[in-house]
Design a protein around this ligand. Structure first.
Ligand code: HEM
Ligand code: HEM
Length: 184
């Protein structure tokens, strides 16, 4: 059986649309807590985009289950292989945890989780101010962790694309390269 050399089109579309959304969310979050004037507008954008990320992450994991990713190059050192797998698990974990912690935090603070128009999500935790404060801090800590992981991921992607030139970068690139010709 021949393995694909590229992530398929839905996987690439999900990867790049989620990358844009997640980076936007990190900046919206920081801008939101730093700006009194735009707080209402930014938080009204932050909630639905965060929940959209949760839905897309679930969809992406389901798709990955049915269409496993292309294998890593066989000459990749074992520690890099392990680091790649661990960082992908952590990225998926944070794509699920960030929105869930946001939702749980608002629930514990008894703040309505308004999404769009009249759609308001039910609380997933009982009201508890101590829990609210803890989850609020956790949301920030996880956001720093996510940002750090994204930087490491970017560094690894560039290492593959510019130095190793081993096909890993082109497996996720939005465009088709000569290496990936023949794969969708
Ligand atoms: C918010 C930003 C990003 C997130 C959350 C993210 C997340 C992920 C995840 C979870 C995977 C694993 C896919 C899988 O195995 O199912 C992945 C793969 C990949 N990403 Fe990203 N990504 C981001 C940005 C980027 C950027 C900016 C680049 C390139 C400059 C990039 C290049 C790649 C490449 C080349 C792969 C394939 C790596 C492999 O198969 O080991 N990503 N990304
Ligand atoms: C991937 C998804 C998410 C990311 C990356 C993200 C990121 C962030 C960041 C970076 C901050 C600023 C933290 C700080 O500087 O202290 C923040 C704050 C916040 N986030 Fe999120 N968030 C996400 C999802 C959500 C969701 C789904 C909700 C609600 C349903 C939410 C509600 C909030 C609230 C209420 C604040 C704090 C506002 C305040 O302190 O006044 N977040 N988020």
């Amino acid at each position: 059986m021949t393995h694909p050399t590229r992530f398929n089109l839905p996987a690439r579309l999900l990867h790049w649309s989620m990358a844009v959304l997640i980076l936007a969310m990190l900046f919206i979050g920081v801008a939101m807590v730093g700006s009194l004037a735009d707080y209402g507008t930014l938080v009204a954008l932050h909630r639905p985009l965060g929940l959209l990320i949760l839905l897309l992450a679930i969809l992406r994991l389901a798709h990955r289950w049915h269409r496993p990713p292309p294998p890593l190059p066989t000459d990749l050192p074992l520690w890099q292989r392990r680091a790649a797998h661990a960082s992908h698990i952590a990225l998926y974990g944070l794509m699920l945890a960030m929105p869930l912690v946001g939702w749980a935090m608002l629930s514990a603070g008894r703040i309505p989780v308004a999404v769009v128009g009249p759609l308001v999500l039910p609380p997933i935790l009982p009201q508890n101010p101590m829990l609210y404060a803890w989850l609020r801090e956790l949301h920030t800590t996880l956001a720093y962790g996510l940002f750090g992981l994204i930087l490491a991921h970017l560094g690894a992607a560039l290492l593959h694309g510019l130095i190793r030139q081993d096909g890993v970068f082109s497996s996720m690139a939005p465009w088709r390269s000569r290496r990936s010709a023949g794969s969708f």
